[in-house]
Design a protein around this ligand. Structure first.
Ligand code: DAK
Length: 258
């Protein structure tokens, strides 16, 4: 598929996906979601790709779903068309780690897209928000759910009910983002993290993603049993032998995803 609203670059085992609708601050429309879902599925199946970085522009990661596109839609249309539904499901099915590198606005669906990634690295200029309330609607792709799990009820209620934005420092204090860096360092930091991940056994990184995500779905006892069983299963891999041997031989492990 030839993309018009995103740019995909695959280099050194990293797929860098850049949202690219600069005139609309990367507002998410049907085309962008279709292309993004296609690119994510392609990165999942491309054996050269070991980690994905999703980013936007310096001014905006994404300023939300495209308001012009949504304005005249009826309930029946959004319900029957399941606007964005299949694309969101496709992105959530990606098993390789995804890092969001966020600069500028990450609002509404843009904040939700960043939260669908496995962790967020933010520039000092990042601003997160769920301002859908100002439009007479509410968050619809996780802004009341993932945000609450990330920052707790008080801040999630505050942001969703008032529509106020959270800056990068507050987002880091609240646990929404893992690191905050100066704007010029954002991509270096995100790509550096992606390279670190790409050096590991992909069996481990995919298992870790699945296990951490499991903690959002099941009670603690069940999550701990799941974690233990997956841990056990990694002893069936050559990479476990290589990782532990390499440590004892004081050399860098050469993982082969086997
Ligand atoms: N949609 C469409 N166009 C947008 C946009 C958006 N969300 N955000 C910005 N733009 C456009 C502006 O209209 C403007 O276009 P022109 O006038 O130049 O043609 C251009 O981008 C530059 O924006 P501004 O001139 O406004 O730039 P400023 O620096 O003054 O302000 C801003 C930046 C980010 C504060 C402001 O643009 C803003 O407040 N944008 C809207 C933010 C927002 O309300 N976001 C939430 C959108 S609603 C669903 C689930 C979820 C959703 C949808 C469906 N389903 C399950 C079906 C999600 C909904 C949302 O995200």
């Amino acid at each position: 598929m030839a993309y018009e609203t995103i740019i995909v670059e695959v280099e050194d085992h990293i797929a860098k996906v850049t949202l690219n609708r600069p005139d609309a601050l990367n507002a998410i429309n049907d085309q962008l979601m279709t292309e993004l879902a296609d690119a994510m599925a392609a990165a999942q199946t491309d054996s050269k790709v070991r980690c994905i970085v999703l980013t936007g522009s310096e001014k905006a990661f994404a300023a939300g779903a495209d308001i012009a596109m949504m304005k005249d839609k009826t309930y029946v249309e959004v319900f029957t068309e399941d606007l964005f539904g299949p694309e969101i499901d496709a992105i959530n099915r990606v098993r390789k780690p995804i890092i969001a590198a966020v600069s500028g606005y990450a609002l509404g669906g843009g904040c939700e897209l960043a939260m669908m990634c496995d962790f967020i690295i933010a520039s000092e200029t990042a601003k997160f928000g769920q301002p859908e309330v100002n439009l007479g609607v509410m968050a619809g792709i996780g802004g009341t759910q993932r945000l609450t799990k990330a920052v707790g009820k008080a801040k999630a209620m505050d942001m969703n009910l008032t529509g106020r934005f959270m800056d990068a420092a507050e987002a880091e204090r609240s646990g929404l983002v893992s690191r905050v860096v100066p704007p010029k360092k954002l991509m270096e930091e995100a790509m550096g993290a992606a390279h670190k991940i790409a050096e590991k056994s992909m069996i481990s990184t995919m298992a870790i993603k699945e296990a951490v995500n499991k903690s959002f779905e099941v009670p603690l006892r069940e999550g701990l049993v799941f974690e233990r069983r997956v841990f056990h299963s990694l002893f069936a891999t050559e990479d476990q032998k290589e990782g532990m041997e390499a440590f004892l031989e004081k050399r860098t492990a050469q993982f082969r995803d086997k």
